[in-house]
Write a protein that binds this ligand. Structure first.
Ligand SMILES: [Zn+2]
Ligand SMILES: [Zn+2]
Length: 305
């Protein structure tokens, strides 16, 4: 049965696909799904993104705007961004092709198994990936339709995989381990690490950050279009991959890499902690300590304290 038809009949909810259902599925829907498929409740739950939520941030459940998850469908009935990602090599070699949970996380831009960049659109017609729009002509018993574009019906796996550099691969592996283990030796709980990383990423990319603007302009020829007027979630995949890699690099050798990066690009430390947010201690304490090192002004110091 077509995904849309199935959910309409089964859940009697025409707005089902306007939500990121794998992230925000209700208990009622979860139970209904488990019951009808005779699969254990807990197992169905682990197939959703729920298991990642406490590892990514303690605040995701209450604040949707700071989610590390890509949003499948941003507005009712319309896909406004390319946010469902896939690895062409994985889908090609899967006995039964399926979408991995981690591909739904904003931080994942790379397949750590195939060492290539994920893809976020059909290589033939450039449409966003939208499996829930497949129609019955394509759905067969093998579930192979996951390999095909719902719009032009072409094979998504024919695109040549874009192999990534070793540092990017290692940083993605680091994130992968954190997501699945929930902790590491330096930052303790993973959500504390991701919270700091999120703040750093957002602060560096705020339109007011002149130092970072210059850095982006020097690195990307189309930075003006790609970053300065965009929401974080809309940053194109290839650039996002580079920036997330950069931010994880900045957490290495903590806090030396970050402080040096700021000095090199004339980014003031207070730029990184001025978002009126609660910051994790590992992140805030080092920036706070270094805030007035260099060439501070008295006025700024008083204001910040
Ligand atoms: Zn892969
Ligand atoms: Zn297509």
């Amino acid at each position: 049965m077509e995904p849309k038809k199935f959910t309409a009949v089964f859940f009697k909810d025409k707005y089902f696909w306007t939500l990121d259902i794998d992230k925000s599925i209700s208990e009622i829907y979860l139970n209904k799904l488990a019951e009808s498929t005779t699969v254990d409740n807990n197992l169905v739950s682990t197939l959703t993104l729920r298991s990642f939520i406490p590892f990514l941030s303690i605040q995701f459940s209450v604040d949707q705007t700071r989610s590390w998850f890509n949003r499948i469908q941003r507005t009712k009935g319309r896909i406004s961004s390319n946010s469902y990602l896939y690895c062409p090599n994985c889908l090609k070699t899967d006995e039964i092709p399926y979408m991995r949970k981690e591909w739904r996380i904003y931080l994942f831009t790379t397949c750590i198994h195939c060492k290539c960049l994920l893809e976020d659109s059909c290589p033939h017609c450039k449409s966003p990936i939208q499996h829930f729009n497949h129609n019955s002509n394509q759905l067969d018993k093998t579930f192979d339709y996951i390999r095909f574009c719902a719009v032009c019906k072409n094979d998504l796996t024919t695109v040549h995989p874009r192999i990534v550099e070793t540092s990017q691969l290692n940083n993605q592996k680091f994130i992968y381990d954190l997501i699945y283990q929930g902790f590491d030796n330096q930052f303790n709980y993973s959500h504390l690490f991701f919270e700091g990383l999120y703040q750093m990423y957002c602060s560096l990319l705020t339109p007011q950050n002149e130092g970072m603007k210059k850095f982006l302009d020097s690195k990307f020829s189309d930075a003006e279009n790609a970053f300065h007027l965009k929401k974080i979630i809309d940053i194109p995949l290839d650039k996002r991959a580079i920036l997330i890699n950069q931010c994880v690099e900045l957490t290495r050798n903590w806090p030396i890499n970050l402080l040096e990066f700021c000095k090199e690009n004339k980014i003031k430390y207070f730029e990184l902690i001025r978002r009126k947010r609660e910051y994790p201690y590992w992140y805030f304490s080092e920036l706070r300590k270094n805030l007035f090192v260099g060439n501070p002004t008295k006025r700024t110091e008083n204001k910040k304290i």
